[in-house]
Design a protein around this ligand. Structure first.
Ligand SMILES: C[S@@+](CC[C@H](N)C(=O)[O-])C[C@H]1O[C@@H](n2cnc3c(N)ncnc32)[C@H](O)[C@@H]1O
Length: 340
């Protein structure tokens, strides 16, 4: 398992581009072209002498060069209608493993069995299985927009006492100041408006509660970037931080997550790239004000356009099923200690 922690405060200077400092990792190349040292630490030097100024809004809107066919509620719904059949057999063993999940959940600080936890985009309950190791299942709610994914979660014995809710991450059916922990793993990439989802995370947490959002990162390799843009949203690390900051979170941390056979290479944008956490510093709603929701899953769509998007998006997703296998093979072939 490869992981490293970045601190949101350091990133703030990066995000705003007002500091001469940048982020870098001792022993690694931010662009993933070199083999990084494990247990990377934060240092303050520029990335190739440049200050990165992320354009957060670009992630929510979709420029024609980044169509992100499945970053829509209806498409994601149907994508999971089919993927749910094989999800536990295809995704978890090879792409989002128990090791990765447990590493990613560690910053969520699930320190008390009585904690109230919501798992948003909980799907087949793979991440929830990691949560109930630390928290009583009766205190955990799994929310997902896909009844097909939830049906799989309901079959799992350790989750029998959890609550199951069909709902939208951008409009959570929980009261304000409700939960001790908000967890969402591998779901943000499908939300049409990720900032809204993170604002909701803030709202439903109690004062001092912690949000933990786990998701992919944007590839730097040109081919992987192409397929990522066709499939869904692969946010940049700075964008995660910026969404958390804008929602009002404090003590923001970002931990990099990846399969151990990648040897730290990040150029393809991992299926699970990072785990971002933040603490709610005041009770009540987020200070961020947003307009109406961009998409509603119940709205009718043009069936032809919808089908085309679904097929193209699913084809691009297939690339990301193959990349980890390619990387695994490389890891087997290239001698240990050499870059892959
Ligand atoms: C890659 S799966 C992750 C499932 C689970 N968290 C895990 O770790 O295996 C993504 C899940 O997000 C759900 N999802 C996508 N968009 C959503 C939305 N707007 N609201 C709620 N769930 C959503 C999908 O239905 C799917 O089950």
């Amino acid at each position: 398992m490869t992981s490293s922690i970045l601190n949101g405060t350091e990133n703030l200077t990066l995000v705003r581009g007002i500091s001469p400092k940048g982020l870098a990792f001792v022993g690694s190349d931010f662009h993933g072209k070199k083999f990084p040292k494990m247990g990377m630490v934060l240092s303050s030097r520029n990335i190739r002498g440049k200050t990165i100024a992320p354009k957060c809004s670009l992630s929510a809107s979709r420029p024609s060069s980044q169509p992100r066919f499945i970053q829509h509620k209806k498409e994601a719904f149907w994508f999971y209608r089919f993927l749910s059949i094989v999800y536990d057999h295809v995704i978890n063993p090879g792409h989002w493993t128990e090791d990765m999940r447990d590493e990613a959940l560690e910053p969520a600080d699930l320190s008390d069995r009585r904690m109230i936890v919501v798992d948003v985009g909980g799907g087949t309950g793979f991440t929830t299985l990691g949560i109930v190791k630390h928290v009583d299942a009766k205190n955990v709610t799994i929310l997902d927009q896909s009844p097909h994914q939830l049906a799989k979660a309901k079959e799992k014995e350790p989750l029998k006492e959890c609550k199951f809710i069909e709902g939208d991450a951008e409009d959570l059916p929980f009261p304000t100041d409700y939960a001790d922990r908000y967890v969402s793993a591998g779901s943000i990439e499908y939300w049409p408006d990720p900032q809204r989802g993170i604002k909701e995370a803030y709202r439903v947490l109690k004062l001092g509660g912690k949000a933990c959002v786990i998701g992919p990162v944007y590839p730097t390799d040109w081919l992987s970037r192409f397929f990522a843009d066709v499939w869904m949203l692969f946010p940049k690390e700075e964008e995660y931080i910026e969404w958390f900051q804008k929602a009002g979170f404090k003590d923001i941390q970002l931990k990099r997550i990846g399969p151990k056979w990648y040897r730290g290479v990040r150029r393809h944008g991992l299926i699970m790239g990072c785990s971002v956490t933040g603490v709610k510093p005041a009770s009540g709603d987020s200070p961020l004000k947003l307009g109406p929701k961009e998409e509603d899953v119940s709205k009718p769509v043009n069936p032809f356009v919808f089908l085309l998007r679904l097929v193209l998006g699913a084809m691009a997703a297939t690339y990301f099923v193959l990349v980890p296998i390619y990387m695994w093979l490389k890891d087997q072939i290239v001698p240990k200690g050499r870059p892959i």
